[in-house]
Write a protein that binds this ligand. Structure first.
Ligand code: OSB
Ligand code: MG
Length: 369
């Protein structure tokens, strides 16, 4: 497929409620939507870099710069038959995985459409429905959190993930476990602790958590390996795994027992499937994380999560969990059994609604050779 034109749009969408982690709080979600045109088709990808360098060093501004000045010029006017070929053209550009992933996602959508295949099918997906879990941010107090969990359970979310930090952990999890003794529960610290907190972290073992996500520093593997030996709770790495090589090293060191795969964090869907394959070969379960995606990024995550190694519930919730009005149709909905149906139409399998995309666009640029 020859990349004829590329269109970059920065968008900004208001979350239905603020989302707070150990390190930052979001109310307006920016993103970059990349559209690639080829042979009369349009492929869409979402770059999940945030407003500031809180989750990773990338921001919408750095991603715009790298996409416009380096990534898109490396592919414009050229033909690619596969994501491997596209990645080879980007090979000289180091880092910036979210920028790369957004561009690659648009290419995957094009490729799937041209083959009259769904993205899920093209990636090797085998599931018709994916398991949906929900990530619940830090709340004002424990009673408020308990009522949020109650509400989300009633909606059908099977697995509850709680954001934690040193001042919002043991007492919170104890209260949640007392009220909901049997739910599938996990916690995500977004790198809020250090190895010196190991004795404190051992208290989390009493809450029968499915896993503890990224307790230590955002680029650490070594200390996680030390901590995992001392904890009963499985550690799941998020921020620390940026490449398939990181995943291999983490497993070899024993830094985690599980891996959360986010296409944006690992440079795209191709690397995401490589990490899936590596983990599957070693009997390590994976699941798909989320970055508060619009329907475009959400659709790609759902396609990825349909691969057979995604055995834990994913951080992929319904469109309405974050958006009053998603930019795609139909929006993703939660089925009564706590799943989301994998689209079967060509490409992403959902339609981007042009007027809605236009309404949220704050900056736009068309790149042609
Ligand atoms: O650490 O998994 C994370 C959202 C933004 C950045 C990082 C994370 C998250 C979430 C929410 O936990 C996942 C989602 O529902 O999209
Ligand atoms: Mg996380």
């Amino acid at each position: 497929m020859k990349i004829e034109t590329a269109e970059l749009r920065q968008i900004e969408m208001e979350l239905v409620e603020p989302f707070e982690t150990s390190g930052w709080r979001e109310t307006l979600r920016p993103a970059i939507i990349i559209a690639l045109h080829s042979e009369g088709l349009t492929g869409y990808g979402e770059c999940v870099a945030g407003a500031g360098p809180w989750y990773s060093y990338e921001t919408v501004q750095t991603a715009w710069h790298v996409l416009k000045d380096f990534l898109i010029p490396a592919v414009l006017g050229k033909s690619f038959a596969s994501a491997e070929e596209l990645q080879a053209a980007l090979g000289r550009i180091r880092g910036h995985p979210m920028a790369k992933a957004g561009l690659e996602a648009a290419f995957w959508d094009l490729l799937a459409q041209s083959q009259k295949s769904s993205l899920a099918q093209l990636l090797g997906g085998t599931k018709e429905r994916i398991e949906s879990g929900i990530s619940i941010g830090i709340q004002k107090d424990i009673p408020e959190l308990l009522s949020v969990i109650e509400h989300r359970r009633a909606q059908g979310y099977k697995r509850i993930k709680l954001k934690i930090k040193p001042s919002w952990d043991v007492a919170v999890l104890r209260a949640v476990r007392e009220r909901f003794p049997d739910i599938e529960l996990m916690a995500d610290a977004n790198a809020a602790y250090r190895l010196a907190d190991r004795e404190h972290l051992k208290h989390l073992d009493e809450f029968r958590l499915l896993m503890l996500e990224q307790p230590l520093d955002y680029d650490d593997l070594i200390d996680h390996a030390v901590l995992q030996k001392e904890l009963k709770t499985p550690i799941c790495l998020d921020e620390s795994i940026k490449t398939p090589e990181d995943a291999r090293k983490a497993l070899e060191l024993g830094a985690c027992r599980l891996i959360n795969i986010k296409p944006g964090r690992v440079g795209g869907l191709l690397n995401a499937t490589r990490i899936h394959d590596l983990c599957r070969g070693r009997g390590v379960p994976v699941w798909c994380g989320g970055m508060l995606e619009t329907g475009i990024g959400r659709a790609a995550n759902i396609a990825l999560a349909s691969l057979p190694g995604f055995v834990f519930p994913n951080d992929i919730s319904a469109s309405a969990r974050y958006w009053r009005e998603d930019i795609i149709e139909p929006p993703f909905v939660l089925e009564r059994d706590g799943t989301i149906t994998v689209p079967t139409g060509p490409g992403l399998g959902v339609q981007v609604v042009p007027e809605r995309l236009k309404k949220v666009t704050t900056r736009r640029e068309i790149l042609q050779r």
